[in-house]
Design a protein. Structure first.
Length: 408
């Protein structure tokens, strides 16, 4: 009920007040936004407010080197809505010139996270000591939910300058985005917010280990442990997903936004190298991969790409709206088919593609040669936040695609 009332109020504001979004006095400059998560913790991120000469606002979410521009802003009186780009999540609340109080809302998942934004605070995290007693720069072998049935591995990659820390955790399914934070004494605090996910990592650090908690919004938390290990590598992402015995090809038929049923058997894909991307419009790693593919296709017109979307949206109509929003915001030109809506459950998704041993990650990238045979399946995506690993991925991707295109 609470979410329904909030959404109805916001809808009325958007419909009735789009022409009145200039009557405001938000201060320009840096704000700190704090989301209320679990265990009385707050998840901060930096927001920069800009006001153009014509009075229209734009804003920037800042996570380390990542800058996310918000240009869909509705203001009426003291009410404000900030629609994050691509993703469905939005911030809605009321404001004065120096404070915004409201909620971060993801309708398809019925999730609401309260937040407060304060003008003029440049520090991402409050620091009690202002001094770092430890330096976490380097590689950390990590286990999330250790010693449980849910355990999975990760690789922490961090750079520390004075007491500021940036970096990310990589896992077999992707990375945890551009993490930004501080080392406060022996306490590590890192966060990231992109409109799809809100991540907070806290940990106690020694010279060789860390013990911490990972929070995702206000709905999930899990412990993690890490040890220094400069030689640590995750399992090979090309070995985790494969074609089951008894199958030799990938096969599917799913609709596009025009209602056309699309298949690899269509003439367009015969004797072509095809990349099939298992993805979702709610998935930041998928967005990173989509942006990469958009750029790659500019110079590689002979390559075909098909996206298969697994959507959390509750209706087919909303799922396709999310797909069209993704295409509009990224300039994505390849078809995105709706493989599943109402759930992003990977077991259910695998039933749509029974020739795969499992679907472990969104995204998963499937390379198909001109004969229609699957030549490689890459699980997860090393995005820009992973630095050298992103460079390595791009090099390997180009090498594989070039070889497939050159085959007779």
């Amino acid at each position: 009920m609470r979410l329904g009332i909030a959404v109805l109020t916001i809808f009325m504001l958007i419909v009735g007040c789009k022409e009145k979004n200039q009557n405001s006095n938000l201060k320009e400059g840096i704000w700190r936004v704090e989301l209320d998560v679990m265990d009385n913790q707050v998840l901060p991120f930096n927001l920069k407010v800009n006001k153009e000469v014509n009075g229209i606002y734009t804003m920037q979410i800042i996570n380390a080197e990542e800058v996310i521009v918000i240009d869909e802003i509705v203001i009426h009186g003291d009410s404000i809505i900030l629609q994050t780009p691509v993703f469905e999540g939005y911030l809605a609340g009321t404001f004065t010139d120096t404070e915004i109080k409201g909620q971060f809302i993801k309708e398809s998942l019925d999730r609401i996270v309260p937040f407060t934004a304060i003008y003029g605070i440049e520090e991402r995290f409050d620091s009690e000591t202002k001094i770092a007693n430890k330096d976490v720069s380097g590689i950390w072998e990590t286990y999330f939910s250790p010693d449980s049935d849910e355990e999975y591995v990760g690789k922490g990659i961090f750079l520390q300058e004075d007491n500021r820390v940036t970096g990310t955790f990589r896992t077999t399914t992707g990375d945890y985005r551009y993490l930004d934070g501080v080392m406060d004494g022996d306490s590590l605090k890192l966060s990231a917010f992109d409109g799809a996910h809100a991540f907070l990592f806290t940990a106690k650090v020694t010279d060789s280990s860390m013990i911490g908690i990972f929070y995702s919004g206000n709905h999930f938390k899990e412990p993690f442990v890490s040890t220094r290990n400069d030689g640590y590598e995750l399992p090979d992402p090309d070995s985790l997903t494969f074609i089951n015995e008894g199958y030799d090809k990938l096969a599917f038929t799913f609709p596009d936004s025009d209602g056309n049923m699309v298949s690899l058997d269509d003439d367009e894909y015969q004797n072509k190298v095809v990349i099939v991307q298992l993805m979702g419009t709610w998935c930041p790693n998928c967005l990173d991969e989509s942006n990469f593919l958009v750029d790659y296709l500019k110079d590689n017109e002979n390559l075909k790409v098909i996206g298969l979307a697994f959507e959390s949206a509750k209706t087919e109509e909303k799922a396709f709206k999310g797909i069209e929003r993704l295409k509009d915001r990224t300039g994505l030109s390849y078809p995105i088919l709706l493989a599943q809506f109402g759930s992003v459950d990977k077991v259910e998704a695998q039933q749509k593609l029974p020739m795969l041993n499992h679907i472990l990650s969104y995204p998963t990238t499937i390379f198909i040669d001109k004969k229609g045979e699957v030549r490689k399946i890459h699980t997860g995506f090393n995005g820009p936040a992973t630095g050298d690993k992103f460079v390595e991925f791009k090099k390997n991707f180009n090498q594989v695609v070039t070889e497939l295109l050159n085959e007779k």
